[in-house]
Design a protein around this ligand. Structure first.
Ligand code: CA
Length: 223
């Protein structure tokens, strides 16, 4: 999952981005509203963390512009603690949730998790597919109840495919949602991760749809 952080306080931006990366997200950052708007307009994000008080273009204007242009990704706004009007304006502008500053980073992570899973139509942090269970809160994966050790890159690929199960996900979509903008998009690493996942999971979970991409289907129900 790929997240954009738009925050002009450089320390706070770094802190949020580091926590998200630690939690397994690919992260892009912007320090002003104009750059933030551009990234959100041109890159596919699974969630955006957007500060309201930003230089060049304020957060409310950024959000209004995205929504007017049909950008529907989930947006969590960061508001000043005592500015209730920010929250009302932000939600009216199309925010999906808010966190008031100062906040505990764990609260931001929990809200981002909830936004991402709701956007994909899941009510809980756990996704199950046959014997495979993935918990996006703990980052744990098990097959028939036995824990499977995955690297963070393998986990990202599996999480994206499982959250979007029963649908074909192209290699381009995986790359766009799993890596930040500096990633070398010509690489063949996705195939490598898929190969390793198949070996580690040892069940027919990930189907290759020739010429289109990959699909997670319940083992035994492959079409
Ligand atoms: Ca600010």
């Amino acid at each position: 999952m790929r997240v954009l952080v738009v925050e002009d306080d450089a320390d706070l931006n770094r802190q949020i981005a580091a926590a998200l990366k630690e939690a397994g997200y690919a992260v892009d950052t912007a320090g002003d509203g104009e750059e933030g708007h551009f990234l959100g307009d041109t890159e596919p994000y699974d969630a955006v963390i957007l500060d309201i008080g930003l230089p060049i273009m304020d957060g409310i204007s950024v959000l209004e512009k995205w929504r007017r242009d049909g950008r529907t990704m989930p947006v969590l706004i960061l508001t000043a603690r005592d500015r209730w009007s920010d929250k009302v304006q932000g939600i009216d502008a199309g925010a999906d949730d808010y966190v008031a500053k100062p906040f505990h980073i764990e609260e931001v992570l929990a809200r981002v998790r909830a936004l991402v899973r709701r956007a994909a139509g899941h009510a809980s942090n756990e996704v199950e597919c046959g014997p495979v269970r993935l918990d996006s809160r703990s980052g744990r994966v098990s097959v028939d109840g036995n824990p499977v050790k995955l690297t963070s890159h393998e986990y990202r690929v599996l999480e994206y495919l499982m959250v979007h199960r029963d649908r074909v996900v192209s290699r381009t979509e995986l790359i766009e949602h799993l890596y930040d903008q500096d990633f070398d998009r010509d690489s063949n690493t996705i195939e490598v991760f898929i190969g390793r996942l198949r070996k580690k999971l040892a069940v027919d979970l990930i189907e290759t749809v020739r010429g289109l991409g990959y699909r997670v289907v319940e083992p035994g129900h492959a079409s």
